[in-house]
Write a protein that binds this ligand. Structure first.
Ligand SMILES: [Zn+2]
Length: 243
């Protein structure tokens, strides 16, 4: 199923799929992606670019909220095949290069797959390349200087916890929260602002602290890594997620 594309502001578009989301930010020089789906969602990513009139060579950069396979999968191909620059928080670069891995392993998942929703999700992500172990050796730290020159000049809001170098971004007044704050997931029973199940979070206390930091922002549109767009004062979302 193709990604559902929603225009959020003049320059920000949100691509939502059942499994994971990504965000496209445009300006006169091209387009920047924040996150890029599973490896097997490459065609969906290309489709979302195409819907906005962009091709592969218009992608100025891919900025990662974090280096989990569901968020940087297609970026592996962009970087390798097209030399697309890939950036993330300095503390996440080693993770993106796969010098280490902070991701739930099959051994963490298997005890849960007697539950139909876990089994269905495990099969779905496997078919999208969820077991791919490749890194992106060319990943660089997103400095303020680099960010200032990218479409939307993303403002980094470090939000460690889900991974050690997880980072959220504010672009054009919109918060792109990655997995620091989600609004739904195939494994969650209800939609609404919340944290992912604890086994996916490297540091649960860090997640809670990062929620508090996000809650101090002055934004009222939330584009999460999983689940639908959420509108309202961000503090309401972070308080809901913290309870
Ligand atoms: Zn995720």
């Amino acid at each position: 199923m193709a990604a559902a594309l929603t225009q959020i502001t003049d320059s920000v578009h949100f691509a939502q799929t059942d499994l994971v989301n990504w965000t496209l930010i445009t300006d006169g020089t091209g387009v920047m992606l924040i996150d890029a789906g599973f490896p097997g969602q490459r065609d969906d990513v290309l489709g979302s670019l195409g819907e906005l009139g962009f091709g592969i060579d218009d992608v100025r950069a891919i900025v990662l909220t974090h280096a989990h396979i569901d968020h940087f999968g297609a970026a592996i191909w962009f970087a390798k095949t097209h030399g697309t620059p890939v950036y993330c928080h300095a503390d996440e670069v080693g993770h993106a290069k796969r010098e280490y891995l902070e991701q739930a392993s099959p051994a963490d998942i298997i005890p849960h797959i007697w539950q139909p929703r876990w089994l269905k999700w495990s099969l779905a992500i496997s078919s999208k390349g969820g077991m791919v172990r490749d890194g992106i050796p060319t990943t660089q730290a997103l400095t303020e200087d680099i960010a200032a020159k990218l479409p939307g000049a993303p403002m980094a809001i470090p939000s460690p916890g889900h991974t050690s170098g997880h980072c959220s971004f504010v672009v054009d007044g919109v918060l792109v929260s990655g997995d620091a704050l989600v609004t739904g997931h195939p494994l969650l029973r209800h939609d609404g602002p919340q944290l992912l199940p604890g086994l996916f979070n490297h540091d649960q206390d860090g997640c809670v602290r990062s929620l508090a930091a996000l809650g101090m922002l002055n934004t009222d549109v939330l584009l999460p890594g999983h689940g639908p767009v959420w509108r309202g004062p961000i503090r309401e979302a972070t308080e809901k997620a913290a309870t």
